[in-house]
Ligand binder design. Structure first.
Ligand code: TRP
Length: 460
């Protein structure tokens, strides 16, 4: 590896490091607190099957398109789009896609750091035995008190942000790769330890049934949309993260198998997270709650009732913190690589400036839980909810659709086939149908179904 900071000359040390880095980006809060719950609620095993179809038909094609564009352009997403639009005789306006990704990354990271900060705080809280034998009311109250204190939230948000910026500022090999070499194996080990613990908790059968029994009656049209949206978000698609990481992929790596491996790892971890969480909840006769309530109230309560619960509770939050940090570092890469290239600037300096702006924006999220909890924007959403809605439901799906459309229909002939090593014309044709038609239409369906209620609400 050279010491140059230019994007075009940097490479992952091996194909496996790219797999781990991309999996690190993909595995995040979405896998650990969202997937298990929505699977249980939307038909268990039936939903898992639907989800696998969405990963295969929508997620994988879009990820391949992103990585392919990144490797072809070998620059930051904005420059890659500029270069490739030029090479294919298309308008330079396609670089807007890169800008949308930079914006989305900023917005997502601003609140991701706040929530990840909660996980960091709960490592200490659980480990110190604060929840041992505590009542449901006490555990709920301690979460409410924490959210009500802006200073505490800011302290953990700041700590998480400093760590993220420190890692990304060190560059691809010394920063991203070094973090991934540590955090990913630790994440796997923690997950295995928690699985063994939950297997012996006494609630395993019930937890397993909640996630895997084929409950086809619970499947609705909405379940398909939820599965598709989840497949998209969990694989970190739509904002150029995978394009930015793709720029460092070695030429000889086979993109198809690489992307399938990443998607498989992400799915495996989501399923394992469910199997680690639900048995512990059911073993203690608790109800499954959603999102933050499940993670920061139900789980600490359940761990608090069990032998060695403080230790395993702390390990669970450590797992969540590691998953969040490897996602957070990936959110900065599109913006960071662009600024470094454009201004030939020092990566560290750019990282710090980005971090400060993102941190300041995150204060809005912090205040949404306390001093600004009554301040609402369009559609009655708080600052945090607005940022979350705009980035996840508007910027990402739009980005994802346009990226695949560009990669499949507008690149010069033969470029995709060459990047993917496709020689058989039938295979090339099948690829075009899935990636060029099925995947963008799937995302379009999710996009319209989420923004429709919002738009019709505005007109009333
Ligand atoms: N995939 C992550 C999760 O499941 C979130 C994430 C990280 C993300 N980077 C992203 C989502 C880029 C979209 C785009 O929590």
């Amino acid at each position: 590896m050279t010491t140059s900071t230019s994007v075009s000359s940097q490479r992952w040390s091996s194909r496996w490091l790219f797999v781990l880095a991309a999996a690190g980006s993909a595995v995040g809060l979405g896998n650990i607190w969202k997937f298990p719950y929505i699977a249980g609620e939307n038909g268990g095993g039936a939903f898992v099957l639907i989800y696998l179809v969405c990963i295969a038909a929508v997620g994988i094609p879009i990820m391949v398109s992103e990585v392919l564009l990144g490797r072809q352009g070998r620059s930051s997403p904005i420059h890659t789009m500029r270069k490739l639009a030029k090479a294919s005789g298309r308008s330079q306006r396609w670089s807007v896609l890169g800008w949308m990704g930079v914006l989305a990354g900023f917005l997502i990271l601003s609140y991701y750091a706040v929530i990840a900060g909660w996980a960091v705080n709960y490592v200490w809280l659980s480990g110190s035995g604060a929840f041992e034998g505590a009542s449901a009311q006490a555990v709920g109250q301690s979460f409410d008190d924490f959210l009500a204190s802006p200073f505490e939230l800011i302290a953990y948000q700041t700590a998480f942000m400093i760590l993220t910026i420190w890692i990304v500022g060190r560059g691809v090999t010394q920063g991203l790769e070094a973090a991934i070499r540590w955090f990913m194996p630790l994440l796997f080990l923690l997950l295995i330890a928690l699985l063994v613990y939950s297997f012996n908790s006494g609630g395993f059968d019930q937890g397993f049934a909640f996630m895997f029994d084929m409950k086809w009656d619970a499947v609705t049209a909405d379940s398909w949309l939820i599965a598709m949206g989840q497949a998209f978000f969990t694989l970190s698609l739509g904002m150029g993260t995978m394009m930015a990481y793709g720029a460092y992929v070695p030429d000889d790596a086979n993109l198809g198998t690489t992307v399938v491996t990443i998607a498989a790892l992400d799915t495996l971890i989501a399923v394992a997270a469910g199997l680690a969480i639900f048995p512990i909840v059911f073993a203690n006769g608790l109800e499954v709650a959603q999102g933050p309530g499940l993670t920061f109230v139900t789980l600490p309560l359940a761990f608090g009732q069990m032998p060695f619960g403080s230790i395993f509770g702390a390990l669970f939050f450590l797992l969540l913190s590691f998953a969040a940090i490897t996602s957070a570092i990936s959110l900065t890469e599109p913006a960071l690589s662009f600024l470094v290239e454009e201004y030939n600037a020092k990566r560290q300096r750019v990282a710090i400036s980005l971090g400060v702006i993102c941190w300041a924006l995150g204060l809005g999220t912090v205040f949404s839980f306390n001093v600004w909890s009554d301040v609402t924007f369009v559609g009655g959403l708080t600052f945090f909810d607005s940022v979350d809605y705009f980035s996840q439901n508007i910027l990402l799906p739009l980005g994802g659709m346009l990226i695949t459309f560009f990669a499949i229909w507008l690149l010069p002939r033969g470029m995709v086939e060459q990047q993917l090593g496709i020689e058989n014309p039938i295979l090339g044709w099948a690829w075009k149908v899935v990636a060029g038609i099925v995947a963008p239409l799937g995302v379009l369906a999710v996009f319209l179904s989420t923004i429709w209620p919002m738009l019709s609400g505005l007109w009333q």
